[in-house]
Design a protein around this ligand. Structure first.
Ligand code: SME
Length: 154
């Protein structure tokens, strides 16, 4: 939807480069994405620990706190170590409806040294909100983010 992902990644670079506290960087990344992407109802992170994804910094309505690895879109993307674009969540078996208004999603695993740290989760209240262009634009954003912030779960 016409987002300048290079610019967004440069903005992430600028706001994270002098910050050594991971949670601060994830919080700012969620805010950056939520305000830069139109038609997005939720933007945030889940972090993996002991086969569960736990809610991290986000923008949007309160969400599920814990998601099993392999469950829903987030758990599936984390398990498969693969970004998932879901055009219509009603057609995704096991979709977790934290917000019944959510209609489409993009989930990108956060990978550091071949280990899944968690996921970026974006939700939209319309079907087919996310494209391969969004996914491809956000992969370098996520790569930079995990380089800046990979100490998360205790
Ligand atoms: N819908 C997600 C759960 C997280 S919320 O959307 C914030 C899923 O199925 O993984």
């Amino acid at each position: 939807m016409g987002v300048d992902y290079r610019l967004l990644t440069r903005q992430l670079d600028a706001i994270t480069k002098d910050v050594s506290v991971s949670v601060s960087n994830y919080a700012n990344a969620a805010a950056l994405l939520f305000h830069a992407l139109s038609g997005v109802s939720w933007a945030g992170f889940y972090f993996l620990k002991d086969s569960f994804l736990y809610l991290g910094p986000f923008q949007g309505k309160p969400a599920c706190t814990r998601i099993g690895l392999g469950a829903g879109v987030c758990g599936t993307a984390a398990l498969q170590k693969e970004a998932l674009i879901v055009e219509d969540v009603r057609l995704f078996p096991g979709h977790i409806a934290c917000d019944p208004a959510s209609k489409s999603e993009l989930v990108i695993p956060l990978i550091w040294e071949e280990r899944v740290l968690g996921v970026l989760d974006l939700d939209a209240p319309v079907v087919s909100r996310f494209s391969a262009e969004d996914r491809d634009g956000l992969l370098p954003f996520c790569d930079l983010l995990v380089r800046r912030a990979h100490f998360i779960m205790p």
